[in-house]
Design a protein around this ligand. Structure first.
Ligand SMILES: [Zn+2]
Length: 155
């Protein structure tokens, strides 16, 4: 089995079926995170090894059985995110699509006019698009909330 380098340097994760909310948040933090809906423990192991991803789970049984599986200790999202922030550096938040885990790309304002509400188009200038699902992102009100969360988990 091919071993990944330091987890801090090349963090790639796969969240098991119990951690969908965490997966979405990790993507907002810019972390490459797959969400695995299948409940079968064996297939998630196979998948994670094939792609060099660390498994995050709430299952103690799974975590005890395999040493490359990380047990997420809390059921609360803020504590879960703090645990992640202790494992890896949060270097590029807002660089990944929270829905499909693809890296977003800066796009010219003219190209997204049809895809955002008119008031958003009026007041914002910087937009990113997910090349996979086509969603457009901007630094709206949601952005401030996420920044607050990042500051809190880093402190
Ligand atoms: Zn996407």
């Amino acid at each position: 089995m091919k071993r990944e380098g330091s987890i801090r340097k090349s963090p790639r994760f796969i969240c098991d079926f119990m951690l969908g909310r965490l997966a979405k948040w990790m993507r907002l933090l810019g972390l490459d995170t797959m969400y695995y809906r299948n409940t079968n423990g064996k297939t998630i192991i196979h998948h994670s090894r094939k792609e060099g991803r660390r498994i995050l789970t709430r299952s103690k049984i799974l975590a005890d059985k395999y040493n490359d599986v990380i047990l997420i200790e809390s059921e609360h999202i803020m504590d879960q995110l703090k645990q992640i922030a202790n494992l890896v550096d949060i270097e590029s938040p807002f660089s990944r699509c929270p829905v499909c885990n693809t890296e977003t790309k800066d796009v010219k304002k003219e190209t997204i006019k049809e895809d955002v509400p008119p008031y958003v188009f009026e007041i914002h200038n910087d937009f990113k698009r997910c090349p996979e699902c086509g969603r457009v992102f901007w630094r709206g009100t949601h952005y401030k909330e996420i920044e607050k969360v990042i500051n809190e988990i880093k402190s």
